[in-house]
Design a protein. Structure first.
Lengths: 303, 526
């Protein structure tokens, strides 16, 4: 394996590298479709306040007289509820658009924080070795041996409700994945000559780790990050479905699905169904992108 | 040829036999909540009491509308204001064949306060009662003060066999050792998380029940319970989810039975503190607790559109409430009507009270304790927000909610500013509800035990005390009714609605609905 092939991070840095990367990504039509879908979803979520017919978080606008209306019904305020309304009269189109915002934000923010913490600890473990490494990696093992839903459930039950607490719980269940991945790559990088060169030039430990080793460990992190973001979104939905997640009056997709669950048998399928579809499509899109990223960034699959 | 016919006949017999045993002899009931024990004195909880009444009986019985009637005591009289004499039935035998006597009553009364590790004992029902055996079938009960609720209390105490249960622990009773009563059914087994089974007591003194065997299955999830009924896994289910009631009513295979419940859903307001932790001005600064102002309380109760909640959230499975118990019960006030929705009047009251711009409020409540509880709070939050009181909702798992709502604040005070809760009048009269929810909080005197708003009104307290000391039923009802008017006109709490209890059974079974939420095999007739 050549040094270049082992350093896809460095390869991506150049403009030519990026173009090549994009071309390779686009070779898979399905992944491209996933990416476009993801961009559309993210775009819709971003501009939700401007396109949603109702602000579903403003209780003065949500009216129980509009509750449980089928798709296409007209709301008291005059607009048409294309996907119907839920049990308290929230328009589902608006609810889903706003819910996507929360779901994506929770997934991304918790992913970024977890990545930052996990990468730092992983690098420190790999670079320092010895007791530090043992301590950090046993912590990672402990974390990974517990089911993430259970850990998140306990944390949220202890911390209480709220978007910040959900994010904190998701960070705690996710950082270990990043730490383990980064440590694996960093262990390989640490023994390479450029690290030795950096050290003999008298660079500090911190500079060596973050400016030289880290960029070369990024490829697998990007892959893990996409998978974990999808995981975080579905975990948030699970927690909300179980009633310990986000507040009822500011529903994420999980809360919307949970709200409709009791109506499933009584024929009012739309209350759970449409938010469920939105969640499904989002996660599938992220996973399609993640899968392709893994293929493109994996040096062993380099042609 | 003969062999073939024999085989066919056998197959037919098997099919018919299987069908017959499931329909004619055995009754399978899907319960929404699971009893925590088969020990009748262990935990004063609706599912425990309901299941216990199949095996055990009390001296006084309550019918489906909670009217007192003779149970194991065939008659009673008051010798004076503080002494009651009860004549016990002479023809009653326990399931093990031993006769029922006054000793069993004494044994049961002594056992009630002494059940180890009881999470919610029935001690309040025997406290202050001195019981004395006159002969094998006569007992006298003395109290220090007149006790108007003597019969209601006795109806809560299941009589166990002094012989069979002498040294039985709660664990023994769960396993069927000493689970011996006088009731219409005998205990067979209790499998926590799955089922409780009883079989018919053929020697029952009121006459045999139609069901040879009754299996209670615990099916907590609403859609699953409905599905179990529709698929024929169970014959009867309790607590039909409101979302499914209308659809089941149209289902030809199913019959519904519903009764107005003795459970009221209400809002309690913080009346303890001068500044309440979850009330803020619109700019987020602390303000004086607005709930001390009567006009604010009147504005809030007027801003609630009760018919809309009943129709849109409860789907008709509730009735707008005017007080703590529906006015079909004695002791309630017929003059009180549900407060009518009038947003303009409510806004005016709020402005007059000095809050023209409203304030911010968080309502707390349980998720999943009462029918549609979270949705009701959301609907109330919508209505308050329209009034100008910007309201947010926080729901918590019931166990967490109740402990914090009762004692989560500093010095074990209630933590929240406004809560949604429900109260079921187990005694079948309003005195106990008013004493628990609205009398001044005093743990020594046992008043205000569920007064999480810490409402306190000396005039009201006096009326309730007077009512409890009045043994004459008609006079007592009058006093309680006037107490209800005092406290409701002062908006001591905000009643929202009374629940309806709905059962669904497969066609052909007749269920007599009960106001006390108890699901009895005795209420089901083929």
């Amino acid at each position: 394996m050549s040094a270049e092939a082992g350093m896809p991070g460095a390869e991506m840095a150049g403009a030519g590298g990026l173009g090549r990367f994009a071309r390779r990504f686009a070779e898979d039509r399905v992944a491209l479709f996933g990416l476009v879908l993801l961009l559309v979803i993210a775009g819709l979520a971003l501009i939700a306040p401007f396109i949603a017919p109702q602000n579903p978080y403003d209780l003065a606008r949500v009216d129980i007289m509009d509750s449980r209306q089928p798709p296409g019904a007209r709301a008291g305020d005059g607009f048409t509820m294309w996907l119907g309304s839920d049990g308290v009269g929230r328009d589902l189109v608006s609810g889903i658009l706003y819910g996507l915002r929360i779901s994506l934000a929770v997934g991304l923010v918790s992913g970024l924080i977890a990545a930052a913490i996990g990468m730092t600890l992983g690098l420190v473990a790999a670079y320092a070795g010895g007791r530090t490494e043992t301590l950090i990696m046993r912590l990672v093992d402990l974390q990974l041996s517990l089911p993430s839903v259970l850990v998140a459930l306990i944390l949220v039950a202890l911390l209480g409700k709220g978007i910040d607490k959900i994010i904190l719980a998701l960070v705690i269940v996710q950082w270990a994945y990043y730490a383990r991945t980064v440590r694996g790559s960093a262990l390989v990088e640490r023994r390479k000559e450029y690290v030795e060169a950096a050290r003999s030039l008298g660079l500090s430990h911190a500079r060596t780790v973050f400016r030289h080793i880290l960029p070369n460990c990024l490829a697998p992190v990007i892959v893990i990050a996409t998978v974990q973001t999808a995981h975080a979104i579905s975990l948030e939905a699970t927690l909300s479905f179980l009633g310990v997640g986000l507040p009822q009056t500011e529903p994420s997709l999980g809360v919307l699905i949970a709200n409709g669950f009791q109506y499933m048998l009584s024929g009012k399928y739309w209350i759970s169904f449409f938010p469920g579809i939105a969640l499904l499509v989002t996660i599938v899109a992220i996973n399609l992108v993640g899968d392709r990223l893994r293929d493109v960034l994996n040096p062993r699959l380099e042609r | 040829m003969v062999a073939v016919w024999k085989g066919a006949a056998l197959a037919a017999a098997l099919v018919l036999g299987g069908w017959g045993s499931a329909t004619a002899m055995e009754l399978r009931i899907g319960l929404a909540a699971e009893p925590s024990s088969a020990d009748p004195h262990y935990h004063n909880l609706t599912p425990n009491n309901a299941v216990a009444r199949h095996v055990f009986e009390a001296l006084v019985d309550m019918d489906e509308v909670q009217t007192m009637k003779p149970g194991l005591a065939e008659s009673w009289k008051t010798l004076d204001d503080t002494t009651w004499e009860f004549s016990l039935r002479k023809d009653v035998k326990f399931h093990d064949g031993s006769p029922f006597t006054a000793d069993d009553v004494l044994f049961s009364f002594n056992r009630v306060p002494n059940v180890p590790k009881s999470p919610s004992p029935k001690t309040a029902y025997v406290r202050g009662k001195v019981i004395e055996k006159i002969d094998d079938h006569t007992i006298r009960i003395r109290t220090a003060r007149p006790d108007a609720l003597m019969l209601n209390s006795l109806a809560q105490i299941e009589i166990m066999s002094a012989k069979a249960a002498a040294s039985a622990s709660t664990e023994d009773l769960n396993a069927g050792r000493g689970t011996v009563g006088t009731g219409p059914y005998q205990f067979v087994e209790f499998v926590p998380g799955d089922r409780l089974v009883v079989k018919r007591n053929d020697a029952y003194w009121r006459g045999r029940e139609p069901w040879e065997k009754v299996t209670f299955r615990f099916i907590k999830s609403d859609p699953t319970r409905v599905a179990a009924l529709l698929s024929g896994d169970v014959d009867v289910i309790e607590t039909v989810p409101t979302a499914d009631a209308q659809r089941l009513a149209k289902e030809p295979k199913v019959a519904l039975a519903s009764a107005l419940s003795n459970r009221v859903i209400y809002l309690h307001m913080d009346r303890l503190r001068e500044t309440s932790p979850f009330v803020k001005s619109k700019d987020g600064s602390a303000i004086k607790n607005p709930f001390h102002n009567l006009k604010v309380r009147q504005a809030l109760t007027r801003a609630i559109n009760r018919p809309a909640i009943v129709e849109r959230i409860m789907e008709g499975e509730a009735v707008p409430a005017s007080q703590l118990l529906p006015d079909v019960y004695a002791g309630t006030s017929k003059n009180l009507k549900p407060v009518a929705y009038d947003l303009e009047a409510a806004r005016k009251l709020l402005a007059e009270a000095g809050y023209p711009n409203g304030f911010r409020l968080t309502i707390h409540g349980p998720n999943g304790r009462y029918t549609n509880d979270t949705k009701i709070i959301e609907a109330v939050a919508q209505m308050f927000t329209r009034l100008g009181v910007e309201t947010t909702v926080e729901t918590l798992p019931p166990a967490v909610f109740f402990s914090r709502a009762s004692s989560g604040g500093p010095d074990k005070t209630p933590e929240f500013s406004m809560i949604l809760a429900g109260w079921s009048a187990g005694t079948g009269e309003p005195g106990d509800s008013m004493r628990s929810l609205l009398m001044s909080f005093d743990p020594q005197a046992g008043t205000g035990s569920a007064n999480r708003g810490r409402y306190s009104n000396p005039q009201f307290d006096q009326l309730i005390q007077k009512g409890f000391a009045t043994v004459d039923a008609a006079k007592r009802a009058e006093i309680f009714a006037s107490a209800a008017e005092v406290v409701m006109n002062d908006v001591g709490l905000i009643p929202i609605h009374y629940q309806k209890n709905t059962w669904a059974a497969k066609k052909g079974l007749k269920v007599t609905p009960r106001t006390d939420e108890y699901t009895f095999a005795m209420s089901v007739r083929p």
